[in-house]
Design a protein around this ligand. Structure first.
Ligand SMILES: [Ca+2]
Ligand SMILES: [Ca+2]
Length: 335
């Protein structure tokens, strides 16, 4: 038998055995996101964790939940920001094709959709989560490229499921923390990494930040799931990952000096040294022209004004026609 299959099988059996006696503790995001001098996560006190905080994004604006999409298939991800003096945050991730990355199997399209229907809803009330809710997350965790994520550690067995529960609906997004690029980049335009996480990029990881008065220098890269670059007056630069919200298709790249409101993220270039790969992640844009963000407060109060240009006309109708009978995976057709 193929040696890899044997090893994966042994790993799976070991994990199943471990799951039955899994240890668990409620931890702060700050405790969970501790790193060593190489930026590698060090938390290992329990098998599973419980974290609470504010949901920063709607998952379908960050990763595509459609079954069979891309290398990992349909995916789902939310960021949870700690509150009070818990100055950190954690991503919660779910995907379809774990076997491609050494996991115990893959989900069928139907299994994926069923699970997304479950994790999009509070199990106690059926409430559909959205950015700005206070939640409690219980699950296994795994380090990946600079962050410890709550996920299923690539195991499809139900005992590796995570739970998202509502603590309070619609408390609102946290106030973005105002930063300047010289707080996260040094004079040589290199990322500032500080193992203590009290300064530099690690301090802001998985939290909402605001950077004022920057310019996008590569508007030709504007588009859903693309990356653009911002620069400040001193020439420091930072990558901005654009999500897959429909605003990146509907509206042009903002020009001139703008502000950016984003989730501060890391996906390092390596697995064992994780001191680079920081980026800002903006999941949608509402076309306002001055701040790269989705303010979430539509003007006009005209039902049917799909593109929010304060007119209901053929452009709205055409967009509706293109999306006719569309169904949001994990949100529509759930039992
Ligand atoms: Ca990190
Ligand atoms: Ca319109």
């Amino acid at each position: 038998m193929n040696r890899t299959i044997v090893l994966v099988g042994i790993l799976a059996l070991t994990l199943v055995a471990a799951a039955r006696g899994a240890t668990i503790a409620e931890v702060t995001h700050w405790e969970l996101q501790a790193v060593d001098a190489d930026g590698v996560g060090t938390y290992d006190a329990t098998d599973k964790v419980i974290v609470t905080g504010i949901v920063l994004n709607n998952p379908e604006e960050m990763l595509n939940p459609t079954p069979g999409t891309g290398f990992m298939g349909g995916q789902w991800q939310i960021y949870i920001q700690g509150e009070g003096d818990d100055h950190a945050g954690t991503a919660v991730w779910y995907g379809q094709y774990y076997a491609k990355v050494g996991g115990s199997g893959n989900y069928t399209d139907e299994e994926l959709l069923d699970e997304m229907c479950r994790i999009n809803r509070d199990p106690n009330t059926g409430y559909i989560f959205a950015a700005g809710d206070r939640v409690k997350v219980t699950g296994w965790y795994k380090f990946y490229k600079g962050k410890i994520n709550v996920n299923e550690i690539h195991q499809v067995e139900p005992m590796f499921d995570f739970e998202v529960e509502l603590l309070k609906p619609a408390v609102g997004l946290p106030q973005p923390e105002l930063i300047t690029l010289d707080m996260v980049k040094d004079a040589s335009n290199q990322y500032i990494f500080d193992q203590t996480r009290l300064t530099g990029c690690e301090y802001y990881q998985a939290r909402i930040v605001r950077i004022n008065d920057v310019n996008i220098i590569d508007p030709e890269n504007w588009g859903p799931d693309n990356t653009v670059t911002i620069t400040d007056v001193n020439g420091l630069t930072f990558p901005v990952k654009l999500g897959i919200g429909d605003g990146f298709t509907r509206y042009d790249c903002p020009t001139g000096q703008i502000d950016v409101i984003a989730i501060f993220d890391q996906e390092s270039s390596g697995y064992l040294v994780c001191k680079d790969g920081y980026r800002l992640w903006v999941v949608d844009y509402d076309g306002n022209g001055l701040a790269l963000t989705d303010r979430g407060h539509k003007r006009g109060n005209l039902p049917g004004d799909i593109n929010t240009d304060f007119k209901v006309d053929f452009i709205d109708f055409a967009e509706m026609a293109v999306n006719w009978l569309g169904c949001a995976p994990g949100l529509c057709d759930c039992d």
